[in-house]
Design a protein around this ligand. Structure first.
Ligand code: SF4
Length: 343
């Protein structure tokens, strides 16, 4: 990885551009810092790799280990088998749970099949599960700020007993119908937009003045840092390219944050998704990557930009990150009887 302001040595592959694509003006490519893999994603990917090394193929993985098709395809080529139903895993198999976390019922289903579970749920997601359980145990009506249908939200909802009210917008808050407005608590998904979430929290506090919650503390450090970095970058470039998968929550939020700064912003799964027409007239191109996008994809995008005529790739100064998480236990009890106390 290049250091600050240091030009990256990016091999310029010859690219045959279609006649109507043209070439870039002599543009500069600026890389956001930080970008790409967070500690939770690194841990989850390392977990699958270590499970393959220890136990051999197949290692079953419940859901995409992280939301990136390239990461999934790479692990699948090495022997990981991705499934969306515990019932599809042969009894007794080694199984990794993804970084997004799972519902208590999934632990129970895994126990019923005698699976050897290695739990790669991000510790920061586990923290939200713990908070949610604590609020419910104390008798609060629980509101979860997040996107319905996202695996992390499903895992958090399913990790507590009792109803959870999922809201994503201020309008959702207005529509809430809670039995006891004096005893309401909230938690949030870890990968939300900081600004959007602040508005939803303000709406909750307006409707339920006694509400308790962690403010923005559930939004994880990686999400915060990447959003800050892309916001700053967007103020200094003509357009932003976000490397990330369409189903990656934090990648989508990065694109939205950049667009809120008034620059065109595009989410690209990889270099092949880049449309050269987006670049016309741009002399400063900002590039970042969601927390589940490997650096290899950023390098390949830069190579394509250079092939299209960009002359310089620089990494802008940013927030240093030195967060890392220990791998989960690889000697778990052969059978989990229920959700572990920390998840
Ligand atoms: S984005 Fe945050 S919560 Fe999600 S895996 Fe990465 S560190 Fe964990």
């Amino acid at each position: 990885m290049a250091s600050r302001r240091q030009a990256l040595k990016v091999a310029a592959r010859a690219e045959r551009t279609a006649p109507d694509e043209g070439r870039l003006q002599p543009a500069e490519v600026r890389l956001a810092q930080p970008r790409g893999f967070c500690a939770g994603v690194s841990r989850a990917v390392d977990t699958v790799e270590r499970a393959l090394a220890l136990y051999g193929s197949p290692v079953y993985v419940f859901h995409e280990i992280v939301h990136n098709g390239h990461v999934v395809a790479d692990l699948a080529a090495r022997g990981a088998v991705f499934v969306d139903a515990i019932g599809d895993i042969p009894a007794g198999s080694t199984t990794v749970f993804s970084a997004h976390g799972v519902a208590s019922a999934v632990y129970t289903a895994a126990a019923a099949r005698s699976l050897r579970v290695i739990d790669a749920t991000c510790p920061l997601v586990q923290k939200v599960h713990l908070q949610a359980r604590r609020y419910v145990r104390l008798g609060y009506e629980l509101v979860l700020i997040g996107h319905e249908g996202h695996e992390e939200v499903e895992g958090t909802v399913g990790s507590v007993e009792g109803p959870v009210h999922v809201v994503a917008t201020v309008a959702d808050v207005a529509a809430l119908d809670l039995p006891d407005a004096a005893r309401v608590a909230y938690v949030t998904q870890t990968t939300l937009s900081v600004d959007d979430t602040s508005q939803v929290i303000a709406a909750l506090e307006h409707r339920f003045p006694a509400i308790v919650g962690p403010a923005l503390d559930d939004i994880c450090y990686a999400t915060l840092n990447r959003q800050r970095a892309v916001r700053e970058l967007a103020r200094a470039v003509d357009l932003i390219l976000v490397v990330g998968a369409a189903n990656s929550s934090n990648s989508n939020r990065l694109r939205e944050v950049a667009a809120q700064e008034g620059v065109p912003a595009y989410l690209v799964a990889d270099a092949s998704a880049l449309e050269p027409r987006w670049l016309h007239g741009a002399t400063r191109i900002g590039v970042t990557a969601g927390a589940s996008a490997p650096e290899r994809l950023v390098t390949e995008l830069c190579e394509r930009l250079v092939a299209l005529g960009a002359r310089l790739v620089v990494e802008v100064p940013g927030i240093p990150e030195n967060v890392s998480f220990r791998l989960p236990s690889f000697t778990p009890p052969a059978v989990l009887s229920a959700a572990p106390a920390t998840a």
